[in-house]
Design a protein. Structure first.
Lengths: 568, 256
């Protein structure tokens, strides 16, 4: 099998056929996109104002309608009312529904984290009881992991479930915080510790209707104001033992696996939102007159529009590449675990691209971008949550490199050999290096990782900035390769020239980030002459022909302004 | 009832239209395509008739290879099977020879009812369905707003001008050309999309049907309509002005 294993992109070049991208969509995928877009235009868009103003009934009505199309059970087996389709189809649906942050939250919390734990870990009995009714959205689902004092540190949860003397049920006590969909949810996947024991972290399916379950008031949030977010309280709630999800003491496996999938899915949600903002910004730039003409003629505005498109292209490339890998792995859960590092990159990159896009979107709109009458104002606030949930971007940055090291230790990734081979190569060679910028970025990441590990060994866990710096290098290298392989795929199409420009600019910018991050990692990992030698190696690896990025962005902007939307 | 729906794939409404180098057609390299709007309503009317009276809905489309996505969409919405007259050079067929092509493909089906849209969004000649009826020796009615099966025939409602309608009872088999907006289009469900993959799409070519391209009418040049600015002053009391404005926005500008 030629498919790269999780994290292996650092050690081996991907071949074109190994990297899935939207160019590989089947007719069926395209039909799904079209159907979802039609649903969006006719059913979701007209309800957005209602939803935005906390008319939760409207949101649930739309959710139920979307279930009739099959949008709430894309990957769920047919036996349970699902569509039994591939991960790519689920990504495509998410991308369309990501156009509005609030509705995306309803959909994601229900069909993703609210349904998948049951679909993937539930017993037949539990699935019979709940799954069909979740897939049809008769029941609304929610996922309750976070607590007031346990967010990133989810395993510090205090909610407990004590086995009752009758052995037939648990008694649950505690509280959860920030639970999306809580205002309307019928079914919660709740994480609690059996008898309060640390090693008995366990997932339960809990019905809202049971005595002792109480949902708090709506939180007053900065953004995604149309979503429902409340605390949920459990006061001596009797939970039948058959409502344990998976095994007692294995709740963390469910929590982390669902998070992997959630991180991957955040990619298309953010990409969908970004494309929407880009289209609105293009439109506004063409309409807004200043100094005797549309602002779209100004280089600095064109720069912004082009830059939005370039970064969206990168986020999209990374998201679909990782989804393709997960899909080809066969089992979505195991696939998302295998590619957990890549899923974290998707989450971080896509959420930060969205934040960049909404920020520049507001800027293109000037003062009007600061007004609630304009879509970008809302998009700007809605974007911010994406860097916080599904594991904060800090946690994901730490995890990503942490997992690479763990995989190496477990013998799943030949990192040590890779580092050694690279060091030999770097010591022996003096001439110019490979002209493949993405390949060099990977070498930089590996080089930095090797040095940092040699310096800190097992204490590297305590060196958060170093770990995050390595993540920055590796994540950008992964994105660079994804973008550059996709450019090759587009080479024989009408979009070849645009893809070339996008790729040229992205590689140049990402390499700047890689170089800068690597420099700080090297400086923290070596001193004196060694540092000087290491910096010289870094400079050599980061060297590249300077492309005319201004010219490239100008050409991209012209195409964007002509077509009125994202180009690919 | 066996219903044949003739549908065409046309450039999507929100496409950026560029004229190609020949000046006689659109540059298709960057276009996306969709089912011609009135044809989508014809398909919906057929699906509703099938739901009421049983039978079969067969889709007939002449188009290049890409038209298969429009055909699959129709199958995903509930059509039972399809005939694709796959031909890359349809631009060389004028309306008459195109209608001959469709009639030849339709004739062996012996459908009770043939539905088409009243016109195509790209060429807009409004003739294809009518000529096809003539070639097949079938009665036809155009600009149909409603279709009801009644006994051996159908009762249809035609749109005339100035808000007038005509009700016609006609025998079957017949050809009807359907107006846009007459029913509520259904969505292709994901399950429908999945099932569409396994439905039959029979491929035919013009050569197999024995039809040659003809050009009794030829397209010399296409061009972008000129934008013209006009100012109109509305008179009357504010309420009357508002009413006139709404009227104009609805029927002249067609923006609301
Ligand atoms: C709108 C909204 C919806 C949500 N929906 C859900 C839901 O449906 N279900 C659910 O279970 N949860 C949900 N959450 C909770 C969300 O997942 C948590 O807020 C998130 O995990 C962060 O936890 P926290 O808020 O406790 O922040 P903290 O963990 O307190 O983090 C505070 C800061 O410290 C940083 N930090 C924390 N630990 C470390 C570390 N080890 N190293 C370095 N930096 C660290 C963080 O990155 C962050 O910058 C939602 C939150 C919001 C705001």
């Amino acid at each position: 099998m030629s498919q790269l294993k999780g994290g292996e992109f650092l050690l081996r070049a991907a071949k074109m056929e190994d990297v899935f991208s939207p160019e590989d969509f089947t007719d069926e995928h395209r039909a799904i996109a079209r159907a979802t877009e039609e649903f969006w235009d006719n059913e979701v868009a007209p309800q957005l104002e209602e939803i935005q103003h906390q008319n939760h009934d409207a949101a649930v009505r739309v959710l139920r309608k979307s279930a009739e199309l099959g949008l709430t059970g894309v990957v769920v087996p047919e036996q349970w009312g699902g569509m039994e389709m591939d991960m790519i189809s689920a990504m495509i649906v998410a991308e369309v529904l990501g156009r509005d942050g609030s509705y995306a939250a309803w959909h994601g919390a229900h069909a993703g984290i609210g349904t998948l734990p049951l679909a993937l870990f539930g017993t037949e009995v539990l699935k019979k009881k709940y799954l069909k009714r979740l897939v049809s959205a008769e029941f609304v689902g929610a996922y309750a992991l976070t607590e007031p004092h346990a967010g990133s540190d989810a395993l510090a949860a205090k909610t407990r479930a004590d086995l009752a003397p009758d052995g037939a049920h648990y008694v649950m006590n505690g509280s959860k915080m920030w639970i999306t969909n809580a205002g309307k949810a019928d079914i919660f996947t709740v994480f609690a510790k059996v008898n309060g024991e640390q090693d008995k972290f366990t997932a339960f399916i809990v019905e809202r209707a049971w005595p002792g379950v109480k949902v708090g008031a709506e939180e007053k949030k900065m953004g995604i104001k149309g979503s429902s977010t409340c605390a949920v309280y459990f006061d001596n709630v009797k939970v039948p033992v058959e409502n344990v999800l998976g095994e007692v003491g294995r709740g963390h496996v469910i929590a982390f696996n669902i998070l992997n999938v959630g991180r991957l899915k955040l990619g298309p949600f953010a990409v969908g939102g970004s494309k929407q903002v880009l289209a609105q910004s293009i439109k506004y730039a063409k309409e807004r007159q200043a100094f005797g003409g549309p602002i779209a003629r100004f280089g600095m505005i064109r720069h912004k529009l082009a830059e939005m498109a370039i970064r969206i292209f990168a986020a999209e490339s990374v998201a679909y590449r990782a989804a393709g890998d997960v899909e080809r792995f066969g089992d979505h859960l195991k696939g998302a675990e295998e590619y957990a590092v890549e899923c974290s990159y998707v989450k971080v990159l896509a959420s930060e691209v969205l934040d960049f896009v909404v920020d520049e979107g507001v800027q293109v709109h000037g003062g009007y971008g600061y007004h609630q009458d304009y879509f970008v104002e809302r998009a700007y606030r809605d974007s911010r949550i994406n860097r916080i949930f599904e594991g904060t971007n800090e946690i994901n940055r730490l995890l990503a490199t942490g997992m690479l090291l763990k995989r190496a230790k477990r013998g799943q990734l030949a990192l040590v050999e890779g580092v050694k081979k690279l060091q030999d190569e770097l010591m022996s060679a003096t001439g110019p290096v490979d002209s493949d910028v993405a390949a060099n970025a990977k070498k930089i990441a590996l080089f930095a990782l090797g040095l940092a590990y040699q310096r800190f060994r097992d204490q590297i866990e305590d060196q958060q900035e170093v770990l995050a710096g390595i993540t920055e290098c590796a994540m950008n290298a992964y994105a660079m390769e994804s973008v550059s392989v996709r450019r090759c795929k587009l080479a024989s199409t009408g979009k070849a020239a645009a893809a070339q420009d996008v790729c040229d600019v992205y590689l140049d910018e990402a390499m700047n980030v890689v170089e800068q991050s690597a420099r700080s990692v090297l400086a923290a990992s070596s001193e004196g002459d060694a540092l000087r030698v290491n910096l010289a190696i870094l400079r050599r690896l980061a060297k590249r022909e300077q492309v005319n990025v201004i010219g490239a962005r100008q050409r991209i902007a012209s195409k964007l302004l002509e077509s009125g939307r994202y180009l690919f | 009832m066996k219903i044949l729906v003739a549908l065409k794939q046309v450039p999507a409404r929100d496409s950026l239209l560029r004229i190609d180098a020949s000046g006689r057609w659109l540059d298709e390299s960057d276009l996306s395509f969709e089912i011609n709007e009135p044809d989508a309503y014809a398909l919906e009317a057929a699906l509703q008739l099938k739901e009421q009276h049983g039978g079969e809905v067969v889709v007939l489309s002449a188009g290049p290879e890409r038209a298969v996505s429009a055909i699959r969409e129709a199958l995903a919405k509930g059509a039972d099977r399809a005939i694709h007259v796959e031909q890359e050079n349809l631009g060389e067929f004028d309306t008459l020879s195109l209608a001959k092509l469709l009639a030849a493909a339709a004739s062996s089906e012996k459908a009770d009812l043939i539905l088409t849209g009243l016109q195509s969004d790209d060429l807009g000649s409004g003739q294809t369905g009518v000529i096809m009826a003539e070639l097949l020796g079938l009665p036809h009615a155009t600009i149909i707003m409603a279709v009801e099966a009644s006994g051996q025939g159908v009762r249809v409602k035609r749109e005339l001008e100035a808000g007038w309608f005509q009700h016609v009872s006609m025998p079957l088999p017949a050809v009807l050309t359907i107006q846009s907006g007459i029913n509520k289009l259904r969505y292709a469900t994901l399950m429908g999309i999945k099932k569409a993959k396994t439905k039959e799409v029979r491929k035919l070519t013009a050569a197999e049907l024995g039809v040659q391209p003809e050009s009794s009418v030829s397209l010399l040049r296409i061009y972008q309509p000129k934008r013209v600015k006009q100012t109109q002053m509305l008179a009357g009391a504010p309420a009357e002005q508002a009413a006139q404005l709404v009227e104009k926005l609805k029927f002249e500008a067609r923006v609301i």
